[in-house]
Design a protein around this ligand. Structure first.
Ligand code: PLP
Length: 457
């Protein structure tokens, strides 16, 4: 493995050969023999070359809204709970109790990150589970209320769940947004009904970074005595989270968005809010979530929560500066590019840019060849060619939405990485436009020549 954890040419089949060469015990074979040996190892020259290049290539990671690198401090904190302290925290003997104590310490740390009481934290397996759990609980504890109010730009963990609820006979309203990705709070207020069980509105959008006024929405819900949940998955480390100041009943976080491992999340459940567990099983999490806790993951989450406080400053100054330099340079030097969504309020690390007349999938592929990781606004992960539901909800035409690329930076990005990105992106776009049947002219066309009116540049 190289430092990025990418498997190198050292396959088990070839290792003995390499070890012998290193030790001088093996004469380097002539090319035909070498070729034969690779063939015997199930490899061909092309794949060997490809794997060699892949293993030595540096990764320029600009997809921090998808997931984040585990911080070394987090990994360090976790390791003892994979090696030595592997007991079950629910066990009655000392070995288990010790683990339980550390788990509770981690609970205190994540609670501190959001200014909650540790008793208000329910550890889950991910942000998706937390979102599903909050909405299901609101419906289960208020059987007479069958309406859920949410927005058209939520993460699929809420949108798809809402669609399933509709099939189950619930009514779900997906509030529209404007071209900037903003919500009409007056409309939200009017859409709350006597049978609304819960309002669920994300804090920051994972595709555009657009931030919703959660405090105001929570106040509207409180005024109408309706439960309010916010999916704050993209917020930690970038925005200060204070559940009391926000006035929310439920709040979702996911550890892998803040430099902790995948497979851990939390749901904040405000004290005295009725809660029905989503996963039924043992008495873990004070009866609020069955299933043995992911101890090492939770320990990592706790350590990451401590670090997130410290990262706030860096994300809002240095990382914001890198994002702005990247975005402004692209918008000012590459013709027919448009920022997607409001400039502010927005996450400091996120930029979503529409490249006219180019498919985002093609851009992603070209950048991938250069070791640059970004993502598209479209549902690329499912292999679907449908444009992103977030961008279409913002009124964007499918052709433009298919050309949107999300660039999300993080604390490990450097000036030099931004330079590398900016060095390559004009050529990538220019070349793709030259070859694109979507492009009426060439990369040299002026911005006004065929662009739709800008949403917000
Ligand atoms: N909500 C938002 C806003 C997200 O960005 C994500 C992940 O991308 C999720 C929920 C789902 O989180 P998880 O991957 O932990 O299930």
């Amino acid at each position: 493995m190289n430092h990025m954890g990418i498997r190198s040419i050292n396959t088990p089949n070839l290792n003995p050969l390499r070890a012998k060469i290193k030790a001088g015990e093996h004469e380097i074979p002539a090319w035909p023999q070498m070729s034969l040996q690779f063939r015997q190892a199930g490899l061909n020259w092309l794949s060997v070359c490809h794997r060699t290049i892949m293993s030595q290539r540096r990764t320029y990671y600009f997809d921090n809204n998808a997931t984040t690198r585990i911080a070394p401090e987090v990994l360090e904190a976790m390791l003892p709970f994979l090696r030595e302290w592997w007991g079950n925290p629910s066990s009655a003997y000392g070995f288990g109790k010790q683990v339980s104590k550390h788990l509770e310490d981690a609970r205190t740390k994540v609670a501190a990150l959001i200014n909650a009481d540790p008793k208000e934290i329910v550890f889950t397996s991910c942000g998706t589970e937390s979102n599903n759990s909050a909405i299901e609980s609101a419906l289960a504890t208020q059987p007479a209320k069958r309406h859920v109010l949410t927005t058209a730009v939520e993460h699929s963990a809420v949108i798809k769940h809402g669609e399933v609820l509709q099939k189950r006979g619930c009514q779900v309203t997906f509030l529209p947004v404007d071209a900037d990705g903003a919500l009409d709070l007056h409309l939200l207020d009017k859409s709350i009904r006597p049978d609304t069980a819960i309002v669920s509105v994300m804090w920051a959008n994972n595709e555009t970074g657009v931030v919703f006024p959660i405090e105001e929405i929570a106040a509207i819900c409180r005024g109408k005595n309706v439960l309010f949940h916010t999916d704050a998955t993209q917020a930690p480390g970038k925005m200060k989270i204070d559940v009391h100041g926000l006035g929310v009943d439920f709040l979702t976080l996911s550890a892998h968005k803040l430099h902790a491992p995948k497979g851990v999340g939390l749901l904040y459940v405000k004290r005295r809010v009725k809660y029905q567990p989503y996963l039924i099983g043992g008495h873990q999490e004070r009866g609020k979530r069955g299933g043995t806790e992911n101890v090492a993951g939770i320990i990592g989450f706790g350590r990451a929560a401590e670090l997130a406080e410290a990262h706030l400053e860096d994300e809002n100054t240095r990382v914001r500066g890198l994002r702005d330099r990247l975005e402004n340079t692209i918008l000012s030097t590459i013709p027919n590019t448009i920022r997607t969504g409001a400039k502010e309020p927005r996450l400091p690390n996120t930029s979503n840019i529409a490249f006219e007349s180019v498919e985002a999938e093609a851009i992603l592929h070209q950048l991938d060849q250069l070791g640059i990781c970004v993502s598209s606004g479209s549902a690329c992960t499912t292999g679907s060619l449908d444009p992103s539901h977030v961008l279409t909800a913002m009124g964007m035409k499918p052709a433009r939405a298919r050309g949107c690329v999300r660039i999300s930076l993080g604390i490990y990005n450097t000036d030099e990485e931004v330079d590398y990105f900016l060095k390559h992106i004009p050529r990538v776009i220019g070349k793709l436009r030259e070859d694109s049947p979507l492009h009426p002219g060439t990369a040299r066309v002026t911005p006004a020549a065929h662009a739709e009116p800008a949403a917000k540049v």
